[in-house]
Design a protein around this ligand. Structure first.
Ligand SMILES: NC(=O)c1ccc[n+]([C@@H]2O[C@H](COP(=O)([O-])OP(=O)(O)OC[C@H]3O[C@@H](n4cnc5c(N)ncnc54)[C@H](OP(=O)(O)O)[C@@H]3O)[C@@H](O)[C@H]2O)c1
Length: 324
């Protein structure tokens, strides 16, 4: 089936990415089966872009859900855009392809559409997702990200992934990859936290100038996971301006937060494991925010980041010390 061009963006390698994606991450307290159930609902209501990761530890459930939706005729493999991510413990180049093959095996798929470096900060290789020392500190590693990138390029050449990209990179880290001698493929995207309180306008401008798509996560204000997010963080969907704009359009604040991104050329992810909200989040193509609405939402920016990942703050690859 030809991609729906009005709801997709053309990547710099010629493939298409749907502008609205379904997020599959939930904390360990949520049974993994919920991700599979929610994925099936998401496909049923129209989501064709599924954002996942090895680190979410639910690729078996999400893969099974997708294969069921293919088997019952709802979608074909080529209708789905599936993203997985290379976890921090696998950034050494020799670990890259085995990590992708492991995801594919869990998924029961032959290829993914997009394989991205989850974080630029490497962690000690091994089976633990968060390797810790005796004092409970996460053990970091040193890897040249240009070598990691070359290993991703080889995964694309081997047909294990259609496209390759990065996540949580600042513009200097993107530039390092773009300026790598012998670069074969540019990253197609940079997936970062992005919402009205952290609208990433400078990074967005930079990415657009390099034909790199910015993909927004935590676009609804994050799941406020106490492991990563401070309790007193502001509630985005309670914001009076977002609420007033939603009321004016007879929409929900969540729909406004998602629509905002699509209108400014950002691909947006939305996580929900609730049937009503999954449906609601897909209904963003039948209304439009006015230039004044967009300006008012732009005005909410306060460079506030929900997930700061401060445990890596002293590592030279920590991405958030740069302005953008
Ligand atoms: N690359 C990275 O490092 C990275 C980091 C974080 C996230 N991500 C990806 O981005 C996805 C989305 O980000 P996120 O997980 O931070 O969550 P999010 O999309 O900001 O959603 C946050 C919460 O909002 C609730 N919600 C959803 N729709 C709503 C609506 N219409 N109205 C009110 N509340 C609503 C959801 O709860 P219910 O389930 O109860 O509806 C969800 O827990 C993730 O699942 C993951 O795929 C990537």
């Amino acid at each position: 089936m030809a991609p729906n061009h009005s709801r997709s963006v053309k990547l710099n390698d010629g493939y298409f990415m749907p502008v609205l994606g379904f997020g599959t991450y939930a904390s360990d307290e949520v049974p993994k089966s919920k991700a599979g159930e929610a994925t099936k609902v998401a496909v049923d209501v129209g989501f064709r872009h599924i954002d996942a990761a090895y680190a979410y530890q639910n690729e078996e459930e999400v893969g099974k859900a997708l294969r069921e939706k293919m088997a019952d005729g709802t979608v074909k493999r080529e209708d789905i855009f599936y993203t997985t991510k290379l976890w921090n413990t696998f950034l050494r180049p020799e670990l890259v392809r085995p990590a992708l093959e492991r995801s594919l095996k869990k998924l029961g798929l032959d290829y993914v559409d997009l394989f991205i470096i989850h974080w630029p900060v490497p962690m000690k290789p091994g089976e633990d997702l968060l390797p810790k020392d005796a004092s409970g500190q996460i053990i970091l590693d040193t890897v040249d990200l240009c070598d990691t990138w070359e290993a991703l390029e080889k995964c694309k050449d081997a047909g294990l992934t259609k496209s390759i990209g990065v996540s949580n990179f600042n513009h200097k880290q993107l530039e390092m990859i773009l300026n790598k001698p012998g670069l074969k493929y540019k990253p197609v995207c940079n997936q970062v936290e992005c919402h009205p309180y952290l609208n990433q306008s400078k990074l967005l401008e930079f990415c657009k100038s390099k034909d790199i798509v910015l993909v927004a996560y935590s676009a609804l204000g994050s799941q406020r996971d106490p492991n990563w997010v401070e309790k007193d963080s502001p509630y985005l969907l309670e914001d009076p301006i977002v609420k007033a704009i939603a009321k004016k359009h007879n929409r929900s604040p969540g729909q406004v937060a998602l629509r905002y991104q699509v209108q400014r050329g950002v691909v947006v992810l939305a996580k929900s494991f609730n049937e009503k909200r999954i449906k609601e989040n897909f209904q963003i193509f039948d209304f439009e925010l006015t230039p004044e609405d967009m300006k008012a939402i732009d005005g909410l920016n306060r460079n506030f980041r929900y997930a700061k990942l401060l445990f890596a703050a002293d590592h030279p690859n920590y991405p958030f010390s740069e302005e953008y």
